[in-house]
Write a protein that binds this ligand. Structure first.
Ligand SMILES: NC(=O)c1ccc[n+]([C@@H]2O[C@H](COP(=O)([O-])OP(=O)(O)OC[C@H]3O[C@@H](n4cnc5c(N)ncnc54)[C@H](O)[C@@H]3O)[C@@H](O)[C@H]2O)c1
Length: 267
């Protein structure tokens, strides 16, 4: 219950899905959390829902568009005004439009540009604005949400995978360049997580097929990623930096043909 006492945390894209679950766990562990999202009403509703009883005042919902540098600057200023500094920045927003982000030949180039800004440039922009506050306080933790899509090739979502791969390498650069200032930088790489976005974008048979390819007979919940973010935000992970923590039910741990071989065994 006290793993993040008085940590000052900013998390983007936290009005729904994984970000919302992570924000709720962080508040329950004693942090103060700025829930920043393009959906201003959703951010306010998430903050209100999370901050019942003893958690009153520990979460604040604000509007941000991570694609707009000015808007991100307002978010960082608000966190500093609200909490007196920033210990942890979670660059959580990401994604691409699966209808436009196809294979290389059929991908809409405008979607490539958009995915690079939404996933990678947004991480650069927010980190550059938060870092001076962390450095002047003696340190901090930056947590970037990437994806297993950034770890290997796939048939679709070329831009999304490449943008997440860029963030995985950026995570190592930030860790290298600011470790001596006490700033750690790590990433979480979810596999399929049952969020409204996943349910809206993927038919049930495709989700079942992902589960068939996981080592564990499971699809993850948002809290499965949220707990990893709590760990990376806390001092428990003080010796860890530049790493990507993969939380994917074992999808990428096993041979790509493991599911087929398992089926053979069952015959
Ligand atoms: N759900 C999964 O299975 C899964 C798997 C791998 C990686 N991820 C990653 O997790 C992160 C969040 O995914 P999720 O499934 O929780 O998504 P989600 O769609 O449930 O939530 C995303 C939130 O981001 C907000 N948002 C979108 N664009 C924004 C912008 N420009 N500025 C500010 N806020 C914006 C939305 O309003 C929404 O509240 C993303 O980086 C995604 O790539 C998710």
């Amino acid at each position: 219950m006290n793993r993040l006492v008085d940590k000052k945390i900013v998390i983007t894209g936290a009005a729904s899905g994984i970000g919302r679950a992570a924000a709720a766990l962080m508040v329950a562990e004693g942090a103060r959390v700025l829930i920043a999202d393009r959906d201003e009403g959703g951010a306010a509703a998430a903050a209100a829902q999370i901050t019942g009883g003893e958690s009153a005042g520990r979460a604040v919902g604000v509007a941000v568009d991570v694609m707009d540098e000015g808007s991100v600057a307002v978010m960082i200023d608000r966190a500093v005004a609200e909490f007196g500094g920033i210990d942890v920045l979670c660059n959580h927003v990401g994604g691409s439009n699966p209808k436009k982000d196809l294979d290389l030949l059929r991908m809409d180039l405008a979607e490539w540009d958009r995915a690079m800004v939404l996933n990678a440039r947004s991480t650069v922009v927010a980190s550059r604005l938060a870092l001076p506050h962390m450095i002047s306080a003696g340190g901090g933790s930056i947590i970037n949400t990437v994806s297993v899509a950034g770890l290997a090739g796939d048939t679709l979502q070329c831009a999304y995978g490449a943008a997440k791969a860029a963030v995985i390498r950026l995570t190592q650069y930030i860790a290298t360049q600011y470790g001596r200032s006490g700033v750690r930088c790590n990433a979480v790489a979810p596999g399929a997580i049952m969020t409204p976005a996943l349910r809206d974008n993927l038919p049930a048979d495709v989700i079942a097929d992902i589960q068939r390819h996981n080592a564990l007979d499971l699809i993850g919940d948002p809290e499965d990623i949220g707990w990893a973010m709590v760990y990376l935000a806390s001092d428990e992970s003080r010796y860890m930096t530049g790493q990507t923590l993969v939380l994917d039910g074992g999808l990428t741990a096993q041979s790509p043909i493991a599911a087929s071989r398992r089926a053979l065994l069952d015959e």
